[in-house]
Design a protein around this ligand. Structure first.
Ligand code: SME
Length: 142
């Protein structure tokens, strides 16, 4: 349902920011999450893109946070308990688990999908598959 909705609303004819904004609105319908959005890979760091939720870090250095780890490893990262991960950057004190999926274009990470949850162990392999499918759709927009 989420994937179908996203496929239906995004288009290469629209500005990237418009597409990503609506994708966050769809992702925000996932149950038990408190933040969802994008980080965009720029020349010197990861920068906040469209999102839903509380104010978040605007700039994340490449090697910092779970987002930095995802960018370096080029694979989805699931953190069951962010309180136990010393690299985790706490944008919201309510977050307890997190999933970050890279959007890869021509073997380069161009953006990340980041979702936080206020409960531990929120994200499953099913969520991972879903976000990786979503990432494949968004990759076409870059
Ligand atoms: N927790 C992320 C930072 C971004 S916020 O979750 C929105 C991280 O550790 O990279």
């Amino acid at each position: 349902m989420i994937l179908e909705q996203i496929k239906a609303i995004i288009s290469k004819d629209y500005p990237l920011v418009s597409n990503l904004s609506n994708v966050t609105a769809v992702l925000n319908t996932l149950p038990n999450i408190n933040w969802c959005g994008f980080y965009l890979v720029k020349e010197d760091a990861l920068y906040l893109g469209p999102f839903q939720g509380e104010v978040a870090c605007t700039k994340i250095p490449f090697k910092k946070g779970i987002c930095g780890r995802c960018n370096q490893r080029k694979e989805t990262i699931i953190i069951d308990n962010v309180l136990e991960d010393k690299d985790h950057i706490a944008c919201s004190s309510a977050s307890r688990s997190e999933i970050v999926t890279p959007i890869i274009k021509d073997n380069n990470v161009v953006a990340l999908i980041d979702i936080d949850s206020p409960i531990f162990n929120r994200f499953s392999l099913e969520d991972k598959s879903l976000l990786e499918e979503v990432a494949k759709e968004i990759e076409k927009l870059f």
